[in-house]
Design a protein around this ligand. Structure first.
Ligand code: BG6
Length: 476
């Protein structure tokens, strides 16, 4: 027997707002992602007190408007995924394609038909879709008119949206994820919660928005299970393995608390169905007085935990509270202390394959639920030659070491059922809006300024991953 289960789901992952483009076609409404400027200033702009979801073409570029034109080229891309042997493909549905304003009573049929066509194309090649219901965007109107997830009304709007897509696609899609990297809101509540300005800085508002998302997600789990018992619904968390800087108990305790907050809080709620015991400590830390909880909220959460846990893993961090001078490391939407034992990517994200084995063991031992890694990969500058050949051995090395770590974790006893490396085709980066931060097995001819043909080219890692899948993870 091989190291990976026979039916292991090898694949890749993208998100609508970074992939599709076509931001104003097919009846789609504007989404929050359409207001995200391109470039390294993206997060800074969105976290500035004056950011108010405006589109300012004189000031900024908006690379998500075109994405990589997946809206028009998805057939070509799916054929390439099939050529690599993908068993699954994680994608997200753009809420604003289905409900252009978010509070509409009737869905946009053109948007629904678009995803039907995508799922049918995947089915042609026996590629199992894994669908994120909300990946870092929502209809812009919900933010402008209602203030995003701080408003209780979002629960019903989300429920309506989720019910429509579950009804429509449940025979085509078995695996569903509710909110992408739900816990990222501890750092950037603009992306998943649609909070900006003062609201984004007020942790009381953030926790209230979390509560609304927990209730909404639990209601979706309930609805999905009643609709079709075959459906499997997961949560999705940003997981960064975290180490104490040394054995000073002060750092060890700080690390444990950091893990509870960042890695576990949301997953504890969604997997166990209730707020964890340390919730009051978190509230005290952030000066949160109380939450507005409606009758039935805690029951629906308790009765509808998720079926599996999905997570992203790119890097690890160190927690050091005893040395205020300790050097910092960058990361996806958060930062921590640098680890002298690790190398980092071109963007400063610390590369730690063993940290993935640790993450898998920590998550599995805590919840004993099946796990799937729905994001992992190396954002790097690729340099194609004149024929668009990219020899991305650095990417192959990164992925190989992480797949080895997965095999080791499975041997440790972890139930891991799939792996979808991030940005399997180059797409617009979430944190910086750059095209030059590439993760893909497929090179897309577009630069940060939007120049290029958007044509697709297989990188060296394309053939390598094909052989990994064909050998079910043996031939690395
Ligand atoms: C995760 C997100 O944070 O990391 C993705 O779910 C994102 O949307 C990915 O693209 C990689 O981050 P970045 O900033 O390099 O695109």
């Amino acid at each position: 027997m091989g190291r990976f289960p026979e039916d292991f789901l090898w694949g890749g992952a993208t998100a609508a707002n970074q992939y599709e483009g076509g931001y104003d076609v097919g009846g789609k409404g504007l989404s929050t992602a359409d207001t995200m400027p391109g470039g390294k200033i993206r997060m800074q702009v969105m976290f500035s007190p004056e950011f108010n979801w405006q589109i300012e073409p004189d000031k900024y570029k908006y690379p998500n408007h075109f994405g990589i034109d997946g809206y028009h080229r998805y057939k070509e891309d799916i054929a390439l995924f099939a050529k690599m042997g993908f068993k699954c493909y994680r994608l997200s549905i753009s809420w604003a394609r289905i409900f252009p304003n978010g509070d509409d009573l009737v869905p946009n049929e053109e948007g629904l038909a678009y995803y039907d066509a995508v799922f049918d194309e995947l089915a042609k090649y026996n590629i199992e879709p894994i669908v994120t219901i909300s990946h870092y965007e929502m209809p812009l109107h919900l933010v402008k008119e209602y203030g995003g997830w701080a408003n209780r009304k979002l629960v019903a709007f989300f429920e309506r949206y989720a019910q429509v897509i579950l009804d429509r696609y449940h025979e085509k899609v078995k695996y569903w994820l509710t909110f992408n990297e739900i816990n990222s809101a501890f750092h950037f509540p603009m992306l998943s919660m649609g909070l900006a300005g003062d609201a984004a800085r007020d942790m009381g508002t953030v926790f209230q928005a979390f509560h609304h998302q927990f209730v909404a997600a639990a209601r979706v789990v309930k609805y999905a299970h009643e609709l079709d018992p075959e459906l499997l619904i997961g949560c999705m968390t940003l997981y960064a393995t975290s180490y104490a800087a040394d054995c000073n108990p002060v750092n060890v305790l700080a690390n444990e608390q950091q893990k509870e907050e960042m890695n576990y809080f949301c997953t504890d709620v969604q997997a166990r169905g209730e707020y964890p015991a340390y919730t009051d400590r978190l509230f005290k830390k952030y000066g949160v007085e109380s939450l507005e909880v409606e009758e039935g909220d805690l029951e629906v959460m308790f009765e509808n935990p998720v079926d599996f846990i999905s997570f992203s893993y790119y890097m690890s961090f160190v927690v050091n509270v005893t040395d205020p001078e300790a050097a910092k490391a960058a990361g996806n939407l958060m930062d921590g202390i640098r680890n002298p034992f690790l190398k980092a990517s071109d963007w400063g994200w610390q590369i730690d394959p063993l940290g993935l084995r640790i993450a898998l063991n920590e998550l599995y031992n805590r919840y004993e639920l099946p796990l799937i890694i729905v994001e992992n990969g190396l954002g790097a500058y690729d340099e194609p030659d004149a024929n668009f050949v990219v020899n991305d051995d650095y990417r192959i090395d990164y992925l190989r070491e992480h797949i080895e770590a997965m095999a080791d974790a499975i041997e440790d006893g972890v139930e891991l059922f799939g792996y979808t490396p991030w940005g399997c085709i180059d797409i617009v980066s979430a944190s910086t809006g750059e095209m030059s931060k590439r993760y893909g097995f497929i090179y897309v001819d577009l630069d940060d300024e939007g120049n290029g043909t958007a044509n697709r080219y297989e990188k060296k890692s394309f053939d390598w991953y094909k052989q990994v899948i064909a050998s079910n993870g043996e031939n690395l």
